[in-house]
Design a protein around this ligand. Structure first.
Ligand SMILES: C[S@@+](CC[C@H](N)C(=O)[O-])C[C@H]1O[C@@H](n2cnc3c(N)ncnc32)[C@H](O)[C@@H]1O
Length: 345
């Protein structure tokens, strides 16, 4: 049930003046824009693309090895010598697969090995297609967040951004820092059910010097999305990464809740919901069997959706405009923004 709440019309701010559809507030009178640096997403494809067929064979080998080991009741220490055997960075990713910790590690492309051969192999994996793709996704999400912020500058006194299943919240926090530098008031609420992800996000906020702009909460976002939006008066919701693990019915219910709650807060003007999903791609077999990046329940592979299936997840939000979903240059991650630019009657 959607919580009942008065629509913010007129908006909750001292002294806002309506000019056409825009409200202009003292202190944020000129609708400055953040620079949209779309060029960042023109990231090159990874240099190790030619390894892909080899890694397909490696995945089959690892799958067979694990099946044999299970038969004799033995747990192998490594999946493949040249992945989690020699490369300490890859071991870290394998051990923290699907968590915000692994993602943050990949965003920073941290080298963990100490020997020269280990460092070299770390470097191969840290520049491999999957890692390039996750960094491309980060850049696309940042672009979409910039656009979302630009739509709101001059419209509300403080732009409230909510990150659901935030992980290390890299994208949201970096955009909040850009806003701070540009003098645009912003507040972020970051929510994840994993305390280590929240801890990592707080550290990133500290590094960027924006702790004062950030509030964190531990909790299940599938259960609590609607009340989180209403509590935070959110104008922008970012939930990129979570759909890879959720079924269609859950996603559609969540999308309905999120868009309804955003309409309640914004009255249907300039709200943005950013989501993403992993696209079917040839790296998925390696990711599942060698990296071990699988869903928690039943250790199943992530849920890959092509453009058609991805688009259908949004059709529950009538009235909202789906900006053309963007597939990053490696063809692995797709991100889209749903934008509300209608006014509720
Ligand atoms: C979905 S990705 C986060 C991606 C993040 N937005 C980014 O781009 O780096 C992984 C995070 O989702 C969190 N997570 C998964 N399911 C969740 C749930 N139902 N409620 C809250 N957090 C969840 C995990 O703890 C993990 O930190």
């Amino acid at each position: 049930m959607l919580a009942t709440r008065a629509l913010p019309n007129p908006p909750p701010s001292p002294g806002g003046v309506r000019t056409g559809r825009r409200f202009v507030f003292p202190g944020v009178a000129s609708p400055r824009t953040l620079e949209i640096r779309e060029t960042e997403t023109q990231a090159t494809k990874a240099i190790w693309w030619w390894l892909t067929p080899v890694l397909y064979l490696v995945a089959v080998y690892v799958w067979a090895k694990k099946a044999l080991c299970r038969l004799v009741g033995y747990t192998p220490r490594m999946n493949w010598l040249f992945y989690d055997g020699i490369s300490a960075s890859s071991r870290y990713v394998r051990d923290n697969a699907t968590t915000g910790k692994a993602l943050e590690f990949l965003y920073r492309r941290k080298q963990a090995a100490t020997s020269w051969i280990g460092k070299w192999i770390d470097q191969v994996w840290l520049t491999y297609t999957e890692v390039q793709a996750i960094n491309n996704r980060l850049a696309v999400v940042e672009d979409e967040l910039r656009k979302a912020v630009n739509r709101l500058v001059g419209e509300v006194p403080v732009i409230n951004i909510l990150s659901l299943a935030c992980g290390s919240a890299y994208a949201v926090l970096r955009i909040a820092k850009e806003c701070k530098d540009a003098g645009i008031p912003v507040q972020c609420l970051l929510v994840d059910w994993d305390r280590t992800a929240i801890y990592a996000a707080r550290n990133v906020a500290k590094e960027l010097g924006i702790e004062d702009l950030v509030e964190v909460r531990v909790g299940d976002v599938v259960e609590g999305a609607e009340s989180l939006i209403l509590d935070h008066d959110a104008h922008v919701v970012e939930m990129v990464g979570l759909w890879d693990y959720l079924d269609r019915v859950t996603i559609r219910n969540l999308t309905r809740e999120i868009t309804h709650a955003l309409e309640v807060v914004t009255g249907g003007t300039n709200a943005t919901f950013i989501a993403g999903n992993v696209n079917p791609n040839p790296h998925s077999v390696f990711l599942r069997h060698v990296v071990g990046w699988v869903t928690r329940k039943g250790k199943k592979s992530m849920i890959y959706r092509d453009e058609g299936e991805f688009g259908k997840l949004f059709d529950i939000a009538t009235n909202w405009r789906l900006e053309k979903p963007r597939l990053e240059p490696c063809g692995i991650h797709r991100v889209a923004a749903l934008v509300a630019d209608f006014e509720q009657p």
